[in-house]
Design a protein around this ligand. Structure first.
Ligand code: RFL
Ligand code: PHB
Length: 391
């Protein structure tokens, strides 16, 4: 099999890239190791930045998002039993975010790809990228019990944090920057209308909690738990009791409970792989960088990477100049590191390490009070949350 762009992975990065290339008249093949149902139901991100919303619309993938997505103009910070609303449009010159689940973005992009785009092979596992440093990179993969080779002009590794693509970059050229946090998130889905109409980020002496949603009738909630916690060790009522404690306010706000339909624990880490390009192999999304979910940045960064790649390749095809492709890694990494910084700041602002000292607690509360009390600090948060511009 032969194609211009071989794409490994059908998460948001790979699927959107295939769509952008299709719209630019560039052919691609997507290889995905899992089956379609798995990809469409994997619970992950919920928040799309304004820029991501704009990209999906321009790609012709925004129709259902515009019908079913929930536009959010702010978030609530909760600390010391107090509530503080951050008003995004007022602080950012009109920007907002959209609550529309990653599962739905993937469903929309898969449907479009199967209807209009190039091949998208499920249960096709990439085994290795070969010849990345030369003119004719190849992806060796296994599909329907057989090994096969995809000959490409370019390969984009959109294969997530455990993918194989980045292994093709020589170790001596690679630098990895990493931080793991000594806690994770226990996340639940519950059949109950969200108890607040915007997301609530709560800092509490017992740990962080987040109230989010998937629709007007489905809540998504998270609790900070120690690293290595087993989700099944938490009974449903225990989860609700703990959420209630951490969200408690002085004004009688109530958390509605409902049946929990899913629970799982996500570890928290930051990880950046530099460079994001070697020869004709490019990394995009979680394959190149991981952020802790507190800043809601992972999916949005993946979108930024593939937009940058699609633009650069289109420019090369139209002008013959590889200038933008050559700048891919640096261009992406500038935005990646701003998102890493923002996610780190949100994480350290809101989570309580088990060994936090009373001094550190006071500093955390002072940081929150500063955001609630000084427009410059609040604006900085609002700009980061609604998203850093694409260059
Ligand atoms: P994905 O989604 O992991 O997709 C990679 C795909 O590659 C496939 N694959 C392979 N295919 C073929 N051959 C191989 N050898 C392969 N190896 C892997 C995998 O099966 C998979 O389908 O990466 P991508 O596309 O880069 O997308 C990144 C996002 O998924 C991720 O950053 C976000 O989910 C992070 N994230 C959030 N991001 C946000 O922007 N906003 C949020 O609100 C948000 N909340 C979250 C999150 C992630 C979470 N978890 C579970 C880590 C909340 C949570 C709890
Ligand atoms: C989610 O809805 O899953 C979600 C929302 C905001 C975050 C992380 C996850 O910061």
């Amino acid at each position: 099999m032969r194609t211009t762009v071989g794409i490994i992975g059908a998460g948001p990065a790979g699927l959107l890239l295939a769509r952008l290339l299709h719209n630019a008249g560039i052919d691609s093949v997507v290889l995905e190791s899992r089956d379609r149902a798995y990809v469409e139901h994997r619970q992950r991100a919920g928040i799309l930045e304004q820029g991501t919303v704009d990209v999906l619309r321009a790609a012709g993938a925004g129709e259902r998002m515009d019908r079913e997505g929930l536009r959010h103009d702010g978030i609530e910070l909760r600390f010391d039993r107090r509530r503080h609303r951050v008003d995004f449009p007022a602080l950012t010159g009109g920007r907002s975010v959209m609550v529309y689940a990653q599962t739905e973005v993937c469903k929309d992009l898969i449907a479009l790809q199967l209807k209009e785009g190039g091949p998208l092979l499920f249960e096709a596992e990439a085994l290795a990228v070969e010849g990345a440093g030369g003119d004719a990179p190849r992806v060796r993969f296994r599909h329907e019990g057989r090994e096969d080779v995809l000959e490409c002009s370019y390969v984009v590794g959109c294969d997530g944090s455990w993918g194989v693509a980045r292994k093709a970059i020589p170790a001596e050229l690679t630098r990895v920057f990493e931080r793991t946090y000594p806690f994770g998130w226990l996340g639940i889905l519950a059949d109950v209308p969200p108890s607040h109409d915007e997301l609530v980020y709560a800092r509490h002496d017992r740990g962080f909690a987040l109230l989010s949603m998937r629709s007007p009738v489905v809540s998504r909630l998270y609790l900070q738990v120690p690293e290595g916690t087993d989700a099944e060790a938490w009974a449903d009522e225990e989860i609700w009791d703990e959420l209630e404690r951490r969200f408690e306010t002085g004004d009688g706000w109530r958390l509605e409970r409902g049946p929990i339909t899913q629970k799982s624990v996500t570890p928290m880490r930051s990880h950046v792989h530099e460079p994001m390009r070697y020869g004709r192999l490019f990394l995009a999304g979680d394959a190149a960088h991981i952020v802790p979910p507190t800043g809601a940045k992972g999916l949005n960064l993946a979108v930024g990477d593939v937009v940058t790649f699609a633009r650069a390749l289109t420019y090369e095809q139209e002008t013959g100049s590889a200038e933008l492709l050559d700048a891919y890694s640096e261009t992406c990494l500038r935005r990646v590191w701003q998102a890493e910084r923002f996610s780190y700041e949100m994480t350290t602002l809101l989570h309580r390490p088990a060994d936090a000292t009373p001094f550190e607690d006071r500093i955390q509360l002072a940081r929150l009070a500063r955001i609630a009390g000084a427009r410059a600090a609040e604006q900085d948060l609002a700009e980061g949350y609604t998203g850093f511009p694409l260059e």
